[in-house]
Design a protein around this ligand. Sequence first.
Ligand SMILES: *[C@@H]1O[C@H](CO)[C@@H](O)[C@H](O)[C@H]1NC(C)=O
Ligand SMILES: *[C@@H]1O[C@H](CO)[C@@H](O)[C@H](O)[C@H]1NC(C)=O
Ligand SMILES: *[C@@H]1O[C@H](CO)[C@@H](O)[C@H](O)[C@H]1NC(C)=O
Ligand SMILES: *[C@@H]1O[C@H](CO)[C@@H](O)[C@H](O)[C@H]1NC(C)=O
Ligand SMILES: *[C@@H]1O[C@H](CO)[C@@H](O)[C@H](O)[C@H]1NC(C)=O
Ligand SMILES: *[C@@H]1O[C@H](CO)[C@@H](O)[C@H](O)[C@H]1NC(C)=O
Ligand SMILES: *[C@@H]1O[C@H](CO)[C@@H](O)[C@H](O)[C@H]1NC(C)=O
Ligand SMILES: *[C@@H]1O[C@H](CO)[C@@H](O)[C@H](O)[C@H]1NC(C)=O
Ligand SMILES: *[C@@H]1O[C@H](CO)[C@@H](O)[C@H](O)[C@H]1NC(C)=O
Ligand SMILES: *[C@@H]1O[C@H](CO)[C@@H](O)[C@H](O)[C@H]1NC(C)=O
Ligand SMILES: *[C@@H]1O[C@H](CO)[C@@H](O)[C@H](O)[C@H]1NC(C)=O
Ligand SMILES: *[C@@H]1O[C@H](CO)[C@@H](O)[C@H](O)[C@H]1NC(C)=O
Length: 820
Amino acid sequence: MMVNVRSFELLLWLSSVLCLVSVSTAFDPVDNYLIDCGSFTNTSAGNRVFAADHTSTFTNLSSPQNISINASLNSISSGNYSRLYHTARIFTGPSNYSFSIKKQARHFIRLHFFPFVHETYNMSTAKFSVSSQSFTLIKDYQSQEGSSVKEYSLNIASDRLVLSFTPFANSFAFINALEVISLPDELIPQSAKTIDPQGSSTGNQSLQRQALETVARVNMGGKDVPPQNDVLWRRWVSDDAYLKHSNLVMFVSNTSIVNFTDSVTENIAPRDVYGTATIVNSGSDPNSNVNVTWNFDVDPGFEFLVRFHFCDIYFNNISSLAFNVYINSRSAQLDFDLHKLPSYAAGNPYYMDFITRESDNPKLHVSIGRSTLVDAFPNAILNGLEIMKINNSRGDFDVAESTSPKSSKTRVGLIVGVASGSCISVGLALVLVLLCRRRNRLARGHLKADEQFAVKEGHISAIFSSSKIGYRFPFVAIQEATDNFSESLVIGIGGFGKVYRGVLRDETKVAVKRGGTQSHQGLAEFRTEIEMLSQFRHRHLVSLIGYCDERNEMIIIYEYMENGTLKDHLYASNFPSLSWRKRLEICIGAARGLHYLHTGSTKAIIHRDVKSANILLDENLMAKVADFGLSKIGPDLDQTHVSTAVKGSFGYLDPEYLTKQQLTEKSDVYSFGVVMFEILCGRPVIDPSLPREKVNLVEWAMKCQETGQLEDIVDPTLTGQIKPDSLNKFVEIAEKCLAQCGIDRPSMGDVLWNLEYALQLQGDEGKSSPKGETSSPNNHSHSQTGLSNTEFSTASVGDLAGVSMSKVFAQMVREEMREM
Ligand SMILES: *[C@@H]1O[C@H](CO)[C@@H](O)[C@H](O)[C@H]1NC(C)=O
Ligand SMILES: *[C@@H]1O[C@H](CO)[C@@H](O)[C@H](O)[C@H]1NC(C)=O
Ligand SMILES: *[C@@H]1O[C@H](CO)[C@@H](O)[C@H](O)[C@H]1NC(C)=O
Ligand SMILES: *[C@@H]1O[C@H](CO)[C@@H](O)[C@H](O)[C@H]1NC(C)=O
Ligand SMILES: *[C@@H]1O[C@H](CO)[C@@H](O)[C@H](O)[C@H]1NC(C)=O
Ligand SMILES: *[C@@H]1O[C@H](CO)[C@@H](O)[C@H](O)[C@H]1NC(C)=O
Ligand SMILES: *[C@@H]1O[C@H](CO)[C@@H](O)[C@H](O)[C@H]1NC(C)=O
Ligand SMILES: *[C@@H]1O[C@H](CO)[C@@H](O)[C@H](O)[C@H]1NC(C)=O
Ligand SMILES: *[C@@H]1O[C@H](CO)[C@@H](O)[C@H](O)[C@H]1NC(C)=O
Ligand SMILES: *[C@@H]1O[C@H](CO)[C@@H](O)[C@H](O)[C@H]1NC(C)=O
Ligand SMILES: *[C@@H]1O[C@H](CO)[C@@H](O)[C@H](O)[C@H]1NC(C)=O
Ligand SMILES: *[C@@H]1O[C@H](CO)[C@@H](O)[C@H](O)[C@H]1NC(C)=O
């Protein structure tokens, strides 16, 4: 939190300190480190004493130098700054404060900065980063005029907290004061409900391992609450400056009515916060209908924990106080009524938490407004609001250097480059040739660009120690979670190794992928996967929970996806058949994930292994793209493609990629087109058990489409469900994705748009059924064995050539390509 403490405020602050000595008896933190950095004497500030770090015994500072400075007299006499800001520590090299932690729990870390004038060190030029545990709290300190306090809360799971200051080359770091305080357990929940930019709630998200940075802490009702009036020394600022239309509101206050309960104590927010409020000023017009909105500047691309504090200090004589609560115009809570809460009594405070998903919007706004319930009056009340930024997947709080979409120049370059090459359709023979060539090359011991990329950094531990990616788990924790890799918990076996179901100590369900013994290629995929997953976090990409590289293990821990793979739901298992609407939604989800990969950062990420087995479904059947082991960073600005050895899964491979070994995002688009037909037809991409012309789904579907017999191949369980317009749109998109030349294929963004359109064309059909599912049992017609298999084995050898090859290939290519 950046708070500019003006001298006037400080004056008030200090004077009120002197009068208000007896505030908090309630909370006594187990760990409570208050340090006046660079000072030789203890300093009181408010009702607390900050210890001089030169003399205190509990600070443990390791720094290559021992430099502390005093503010020059005229620097501080112009404003009456707290004595805390009269001294500072200067670090010219990496330095650590280390604190012994008695309570393993969430802790506040507050960093006080005041770049005062000094003859040797110009503090406003200081460039440095600050990190703690695995989190980068400040990546690049930006000097601000006056004093500022940055506040973070971190879950500390060890007996030592290390706060590291790292100056940039030729610069230095400084700090004026710092606080490390253990927090009451109930303050930050284990999880909170998420709210999508699209307005749909996606259930709870865990906050357990996240670090939070306070962005705003606001007291509604137009009054500041200074730290000494808060048991956790939080500063609450007046909502005045954030109100959009201040003429629509009324500030009200009655602190004596606030009656804390067992579940909402003063630890959550002080009496001064719950005892004042901003209410909608309806001018006693029962027909008035307004929203009251507060606007906040936030960094785009982050998730935020938003906490609303409520306490009815005003309307206590009415029967219904229902109103709506919105975040970014999305409903967070409709018809919320304090009075209807279980065991509500007058003056009881209450709070609600929500997590907003990443968005590009540099503003976050919250509103309260009239409920649509008939008996509701145009009343609404808000007492306090907190906004906390959640660390990103890289473990920091900084906006990425550039999140702008690729420039049009890049796109033109791409198109020209691709267009200048000729496109040829590819047969099986070509695959064969390519495969043989590659094998030879491998045999000759050539190191491909791919592998250079992967192994140049050498030893595995070196790969991770330098970067702050993901969370490193101790091996024993994973053993515990998986019952020592019990065979009964195996949920999948892939080229990489086995995947286990597991439960962490905090009861988070996880999927644990354990690699075989370390080999270079395994290591490369392992590394790629962790890097990709920790850089890119999105609702429709499976999230990384952590990894383990202890004892030469290669273990990746993912969020657990309750409903397994899309493939299983389409044909490979006995799940009930998915409705058409659900299939479209899954398709849209996966397309979103891929679209994000392609455009979410300056360089496109190409997944390279898009297939139904890599699209996973969570408990609500929401799709998430998984398995980034083969992913590659897309072309540089001045290049049109990435040249690379062909990898991927047979049946899904882009023909252009196969022939030219040039990779673009359009290769993923091709594979996605294949998945679309899988979804439509509910059968494997290559099914050697079928008559020859039907073996390859894509060929067969295209043929049927040409002859107008597409209905024949639609998954029979969908009969009668699909609106013709929706079907036509869907097939049209799939066909475009499967264009031979990448340039003719749409972008994932276009695909996404058109899929949404196809969903719209479907209308509300099937929407209302209980879980969005039709309940017909799985009666897919294409069994892998049985009659059709017999047909296959009695066919003539000539006819068989392609067929048996594809079967062999399906196996071989997979293994082969995974290995290379
Ligand atoms: C600064 O503030 C302190 C405490 O409020 C007060 O005693 C002192 O007189 C002030 N000094 C100046 C120069 O205003
Ligand atoms: C300064 O504060 C520390 C920690 O509270 C305490 O141990 C020490 O005795 C204090 N020193 C003086 C001179 O008051
Ligand atoms: C100081 O911190 C180091 C780790 O940074 C630790 O090994 C040492 O025991 C600590 N000393 C004290 C007195 O806390
Ligand atoms: C750091 O320097 C101060 C004098 O500036 C001195 O009193 C103190 O003992 C030094 N501390 C260490 C650890 O060298
Ligand atoms: C800073 O001021 C204190 C007394 O106010 C003095 O003891 C100390 O030596 C000064 N430090 C420097 C680096 O001038
Ligand atoms: C600071 O702490 C980090 C991590 O605990 C450690 O790697 C580094 O060596 C420490 N630096 C110093 C100067 O003590
Ligand atoms: C300190 O650096 C800032 C920014 O570079 C500059 O504007 C200012 O004049 C410098 N102050 C002094 C006292 O050198
Ligand atoms: C979701 O989180 C809230 C706390 O914000 C908690 O009360 C609720 O029980 C959680 N629900 C689930 C299903 O975990
Ligand atoms: C505050 O609330 C109490 C209890 O309802 C009431 O007795 C008192 O009059 C209220 N004070 C004001 C200023 O409204
Ligand atoms: C506060 O609530 C408790 C019950 O939760 C009740 O016994 C007490 O009378 C209330 N106090 C006030 C001032 O309303
Ligand atoms: C409820 O109280 C408010 C002010 O506290 C007053 O304006 C309003 O008329 C009262 N309503 C009823 C139904 O008594
Ligand atoms: C209040 O905001 C919500 C969400 O943006 C909107 O749907 C609603 O129409 C607004 N009400 C009024 C009266 O503006």
